[in-house]
Design a protein around this ligand. Structure first.
Ligand SMILES: [Zn+2]
Length: 355
């Protein structure tokens, strides 16, 4: 065992704070990366290389051409497959390090599934692009006393914070509610630099390695903000930022975790798209749906939809006149691309997929 670890990770083992004991702990560790975009790609890639024993990647989306500018786990060949990011991440991470256990799970993390998806994780890395999911991660993490590493990027700016339940402020200590939609810039309005996201993902991976090797005393304790273009670095001292009335970490109220809703719609960050998540337990036979949709798309006559393609992971089709692309996953979730209108998206969902 030790010899194998030395063969693979000697340069990391020679780094004194880790050593052979730290490397053994890493190989028994379990890290969960939620969201496999730019930061999630970077952190997952580094954790796989570092030899974290078990790595689970959860992502709800499929790979697009505009992702390749900053998603370091993927390439043009991956794009051609039309597969979801989580499926591709599992394949690519397994190629980086075959000695660890990698799982890619295609799912939208929500209140109904986070406990099952995150159970047993030693650390959670935030690779998401929205506060809805972050508050959910925060609730779960505080409730189960699982450390998590918040990270966010926009333009050339990145932000990062460790949340160690019981010791540091939680996300809800700093933010009472999610910023209202439309009030914070998105990747679509402000753009995003690949290297900035890579930097934040790398620091997140470093913090996760500290946690997994038992070096928590070295964790960054401040909220860190960095701008890689103007090169400004701010550190916000959080030592007095834990209000007595924080509903999550002081009062133990987990509103995000207990929220149960019917159909959920989310406008996706940086995309002209809306995601529809039907209530729990929906299941769609993609092949069957594809054959129904094909009837509407025939080669003759003015058909309203076209380009129906289907694989075991997703089904995709286009609505010609509306300029809309629809992707459907086996759990009933769909991404309606070409609109930001939740009502139109719901409408199209019920029209073509049904609910
Ligand atoms: Zn709190």
């Amino acid at each position: 065992m030790e010899e194998e670890l030395y063969n693979k990770y000697s340069r990391q083992i020679f780094f004194q704070p880790i050593g052979i004991e730290g490397q053994k702990r890493l190989s028994r560790g379990y890290a969960l990366v939620i969201g496999c975009g730019a930061t999630g790609s970077a952190s997952a890639g580094m954790l796989a290389r570092a030899g974290v024993g078990r790595l689970r990647i959860v992502d709800r989306d499929f790979l697009e051409e505009t992702n390749l500018q900053r998603h370091s786990l993927f390439n043009e060949e991956d794009l051609k497959t039309g597969l979801p990011k989580a499926t591709l991440a599992e394949k690519n991470l397994g190629r980086i390090n075959s000695a660890i256990k990698v799982e890619g799970i295609v799912a939208d993390v929500n209140s109904s599934n986070i406990e099952a998806l995150a159970a047993g994780a030693d650390v959670i890395l935030d690779g998401t692009d929205n506060f809805e999911t972050r508050f959910l991660i925060n609730d779960y993490a505080v409730k189960t006393r699982t450390p998590w590493v918040y990270g966010a990027c926009i333009g050339s700016q990145g932000m990062l914070m460790n949340i160690v339940p019981g010791e540091t402020p939680c996300l809800r200590c700093l933010l009472e509610t999610s910023p209202p939609a439309g009030t914070i810039p998105t990747c679509e309005t402000a753009g995003i630099l690949g290297p900035t996201a890579q930097l934040i993902g790398s620091i997140q991976a470093t913090e996760a390695i500290k946690i997994l090797t038992g070096c928590s005393e070295s964790l960054i304790k401040d909220l860190v903000r960095v701008d890689t273009w103007t090169w400004t670095l701010q550190r916000l001292d959080l030592s007095n930022a834990r209000p007595d009335k924080c509903p999550v970490c002081r009062l133990g109220r987990y509103d995000a975790l207990h929220a149960r809703s019917g159909v959920m719609t989310t406008t996706l960050c940086g995309r002209n798209a809306v995601q529809i998540v039907p209530p729990n337990g929906s299941k769609i036979e993609l092949k069957e749906l594809a054959s129904q949709l094909n009837k509407l798309s025939g080669p003759s006559g003015p058909s309203e939809l076209s380009d129906v393609t289907c694989n075991p992971y997703l089904l995709r089709f286009k609505l010609r006149r509306k300029g809309i692309d629809i992707t459907v996953f086996p759990d009933g979730r769909a991404i309606i691309q070409g609109t930001k209108e939740p009502s139109l998206a719901k409408d199209l969902y019920s029209k073509y997929i049904g609910m």
